[in-house]
Design a protein around this ligand. Structure first.
Ligand code: FMN
Length: 182
C-alpha cells in the first residue's frame, strides 16, 4: 500500500507535483530528510533530474520502500528518454518509473549550478533552434526552449495524471487482495 509521497525539490517543481499527488491520492507528502524512514507502507519518490541522475534516489532507496520513482526534468519527455533514465538510474524491476517535465528557474540555483546551467542552456537552445528550423516543435520542446532561452519557465503542462492513475490502481489492488485473503 502506498501511504506517502516523499519529495526532493530544489526550485519547487517536484514539490508542486508531490502536493498534487498528495491531494489526488489522499495521502501525505513530505520532503526527503536524512535517513528517512516510513514504517507504515510504500512511498512514491519524487525528485529532480541533475545530469541524468535522479537526485537522492540511491540513498532514499536504502531506507524507504519505494513503489515508484517520479523523475522531474526540464527536457521534453519521450519513451526513449524514459527508458534511458530508468536504466541510468538503475531503477530495479518492480519499481515503477515515471519521467515528467517540470519547470526551470536559474535565479533559484546556487552559483555552481547556475554556472553549469548557463552553459547547458545555450547548448539546449542551439539544438532546439536547429530542430525548429526543420519542423515545428512539440509543446514540451517549445517549453524547454523557452526555459533555456529565458533561464526560467514552466513545463508544457503540470500533468501527473499518469502517476495518479497508476497509484490509484495499485492501492485498489492492495485493498482488494486484503479483503480476499480474509
Ligand atoms: C545542475 C542542473 C542539472 C540539470 N540536469 C538536467 C538533466 O540532465 N535533465 C533534465 O531534464 N533536466 C535537468 N535539469 C533541470 C531540472 O531537473 C528541472 O528544472 C526540474 O524541474 C527541477 O525540479 P525542482 O524545481 O523540484 O528542483 C537540471 C538542473 C540543474 C540545476
Amino acid at each position: 500500500m502506498i501511504t506517502a509521497i516523499v519529495y526532493n525539490s530544489e526550485t519547487g517543481s517536484c514539490e508542486r507535483y508531490a502536493r498534487e499527488l498528495s491531494r489526488a491520492l489522499h495521502i501525505p507528502c513530505e520532503p526527503l530528510h536524512k535517513n528517512h524512514v516510513r514504517s507504515d507502507g510504500k512511498v512514491i519518490y519524487v525528485s529532480w533530474v541533475m545530469a541524468g541522475k535522479v537526485v537522492g534516489y540511491p540513498k532514499a532507496a536504502k531506507t524507504l520502500d519505494i513503489a515508484a520513482v517520479v523523475a522531474v526534468g526540464m527536457s521534453p519527455v519521450t519513451e526513449k528518454l524514459t527508458a534511458a533514465s530508468r536504466e541510468k538510474n538503475q531503477i530495479p524491476f518492480g519499481t515503477e518509473f515515471f519521467l515528467l517535465q517540470g519547470g526551470f528557474n536559474i535565479n533559484k540555483l546556487n552559483l555552481p549550478m547556475k554556472a553549469a546551467m548557463t552553459v547547458m542552456d545555450k547548448k539546449i537552445a542551439r539544438g532546439l533552434k536547429a530542430k525548429q528550423a526543420q519542423k515545428p516543435l512539440t509543446d514540451q520542446e517549445e517549453a524547454t526552449l523557452n526555459m533555456a532561452v529565458n533561464g526560467q519557465g514552466e513545463p508544457a503542462a503540470w500533468d501527473c495524471s499518469e502517476v495518479i492513475n497508476w497509484a490509484k490502481k495499485e492501492n485498489q489492488f492492495f485493498t482488494q487482495s486484503r479483503v480476499l485473503a480474509k
